[in-house]
Write a protein that binds this ligand. Structure first.
Ligand code: AMP
Length: 396
């Protein structure tokens, strides 16, 4: 499992391709949240201190393989330069002459290079071999610090690594592999996983794999309703994935057979519409008076039950909100869970944008062991899947 790290490379004078995740929200050319840029600073600073010339590359949004300037990484170059206090030369393309020119200039000005959006080329997501070679062409070393993209076999995370003798993990990637790898291989017990959010289909495979690893599995969010329906409990207009009802049944049976406690909500907040103005009330989960209303948060009794299931936990993995936490009236479950996770005496790992923002909102972000930058990637990793971007790195 141990992978070569940037710390194992000789970087003096080396042009070092660093794949990062700068997929930041940008509104009218202004970056509204630079967390992902800040997260890579230790790796970039390390490379600079070691005498490397970093060639930084990322995707941004979904330009669908076209040069759509709405998704240009240009604004990121300025922000990165401020944060690193170094000259950042922006290459207007991610391959070809503009890259060579930017490297030349960065060398003269003792700076680093940021490439334009990798996804301006459809070949990136297709993991095209020729494109991979073009990306690799200007670099001597390869470092991957984009854990959030590691579950996709794209040219910049998989294909191009074959052109290097020692593709290595950046410091952020190294942390992810360390904490998630530990939870996967030798977790302190009880090991509790909490899965929420809207879509069961996204998380089904993960749930199945995790049943073999955890002692308790807590389900919240809209995901709970597919399980409720599979048990004949009235769900009103709550989000149910009809084609996953059988899968939910199988998971329930598997959990029972393995002695894993599958915890489902016992009460919930129901409302007529997902809106801050809609009237709402708490009902027991099996109360048929839900009628044609929908469940949007776990209720107070469920919060109590889940907090108790977490109180003696030694390893916790949390991904996905317990309700429609974007609306304050339906955020109680998610906020309470953030507090319960923060109070755990042990290793706590939180992944997924929604859970992270809930954690930050509740002021608990510095109380967890590890905030995983990759929601989907961390779930796939914890489900025991080999991530192409991790597999591509050289073993120690
Ligand atoms: P996911 O992308 O699958 O992690 O889902 C996150 C989304 O699930 C958030 O935007 C929540 O508002 C939504 N969500 C959580 N619980 C519910 C629920 N009971 N009904 C509808 N949406 C929900």
């Amino acid at each position: 499992m141990a992978k070569l790290s940037i710390r194992d490379l000789q970087l003096q004078g080396r042009r070092t391709f660093v794949r990062v995740d700068f997929n930041v929200p940008i509104k009218n050319g202004v970056i509204t949240d630079d967390t992902r840029i800040r997260a890579t600073l230790p790796t970039l600073q390390f490379a600079l201190d070691a005498g490397a010339l970093p060639i930084v590359a990322s995707h941004l949004g979904r330009p669908k393989g076209t040069r759509n300037m709405e998704y240009s990484l240009g604004p990121v170059a300025a922000r990165l330069s401020e944060l690193l206090n170094r000259k950042v030369i922006f290459a207007t393309d991610c391959i070809g002459q503009p890259v060579a020119d930017a490297i030349e200039q960065a060398r003269k000005e003792n700076g680093l290079v940021l490439l334009e959006n990798l996804r301006f080329y459809p070949q990136e997501e297709k993991n095209d071999p020729e494109f991979s070679k073009q990306l690799a062409q200007h670099a001597d070393e390869y470092v991957d610090d984009a854990f959030g993209a590691a579950h996709r076999a794209h040219a910049s995370v998989e294909g191009m690594t074959h052109s290097f003798a020692k593709p290595a993990a950046g410091l952020l990637m190294e942390q992810e592999i360390k904490y998630l790898g530990h939870a996967l291989e030798s977790p302190e017990r009880p090991f509790v996983a909490i899965l929420g959010g809207a879509k069961v289909s996204d998380k089904l495979e993960v749930i199945e794999n995790m049943l073999g690893k955890v002692d308790r599995l807590i389900i919240g969010g809209a995901m709970a309703y597919t399980f409720m329906k599979s048990r004949g409990i009235p769900t009103g207009k709550s989000l149910v994935e009809e084609d996953k009802i059988d899968a939910a049944k199988t998971i329930s049976a598997d959990a029972a057979a393995r002695g894993v406690e599958l915890a489902l909500p016992i009460d919930h907040v129901v409302t007529t519409a997902i809106s801050a103005e809609a009237p709402y009330e708490v009902l027991a989960m099996d109360d048929p008076s839900i009628g044609d209303r929908m469940g949007v948060d776990i209720g107070p009794k469920t919060i109590e039950k889940y907090a108790a299931l977490l109180s003696d936990a030694r390893t916790v993995v949390w991904n996905g909100p317990m309700g429609v936490f974007e609306i304050p009236a339906f955020a109680n479950g998610t906020n309470a869970l953030a507090k319960a996770v923060a109070a755990v005496q042990g290793t706590t790992i939180v992944g997924g944008g929604d859970s992270i923002s809930a954690l930050k909102k509740s002021g608990m972000a510095d109380r967890v062991t590890h905030i995983s930058t990759g929601g989907g990637a961390s779930l796939e990793f914890l489900g025991g899947r080999t991530l192409p971007g991790v597999a591509a790195l050289k073993d120690k």
